[in-house]
Design a binder for this molecule. Structure first.
Ligand code: ADP
Ligand code: 5GP
Length: 184
């Protein structure tokens, strides 16, 4: 399928502000979100088919066998994957297709030579990251600690991205990404 659109990949440690920035970017009608499949349980307020396709591990494994994922990875003990077909269709329509995926998934796409803009969203510092994860109040302390430990390894991966956005002031981060994507 010929591509008229642009893939935009956003990665970064949990709590850096990826979802918040994606929601703001999605206010632009030219931007569409890649709804990943996951075996994680939905959080309060999350909607199946909008935030994620929430599926059980057997379904996930069947989709892997069918080749439905362009990338997939295990993150924090759950499986996550990007569905190939909706992505191809969106790019053929000329949309800006926004993927919020972890560093393993982004590495897989880069290894495949997938053209796109790869953006790493970083917290201003690790203390701020901890405060955001605690403030978000979606995870129990043990999960927060696990995510913080992983954040240090993820942070090292930032050098592999086209751009690093340090998400201190939200509006200025949004503006930076909008300009990178060419939305202004
Ligand atoms: P991620 O998707 O990367 O895990 P979230 O978007 O859920 O992170 O953000 C984590 C928490 O930090 C949320 O409560 C969010 O409202 C808050 N947050 C995000 N960006 C900023 C920012 N620039 N300044 C202050 N708080 C922020
Ligand atoms: P959360 O459970 O907080 O929604 O997401 C946990 C991590 O999984 C985040 O780093 C998020 O970017 C990543 N993630 C979400 N969807 C996908 C996906 O389709 N593929 C990969 N590789 N990671 C994903």
């Amino acid at each position: 399928m010929p591509r008229k659109g642009q893939m935009v990949v956003m990665s970064g440690p949990s709590g850096a502000g990826k979802s918040t920035l994606c929601k703001l970017l999605l206010q632009d009608p030219r931007v569409k979100f890649s709804v990943s499949a996951t075996t994680r349980q939905p959080r309060a307020g999350e909607v199946d088919g909008r935030d994620y396709h929430f599926i059980v591990p057997e379904q996930f494994r069947a989709l892997i066998r069918e080749g439905a994922f362009i990338e997939h990875a295990e993150v924090h003990g759950n499986l996550y994957g990007t569905l190939r077909r909706p992505m191809d269709e969106a790019l053929a329509r000329g949309e800006i297709y926004l993927l919020e995926i972890d560093v393993q998934g982004a590495n897989q796409l880069k290894a495949l030579g997938e053209p796109g803009l790869y953006v790493f969203v970083a917290p201003p510092d690790f203390e701020t990251l901890r405060r955001r994860l605690v403030g978000r109040a979606t995870d129990v302390p043990e999960v927060i600690e696990r995510r913080l430990k992983k954040a240090e390894d993820e942070y090292r991966e930032r050098v592999k991205y086209d751009h690093v956005v340090i998400n201190d002031d939200l509006q200025s981060s949004l503006q930076q990404i909008r300009s990178l994507v060419g939305l202004d």
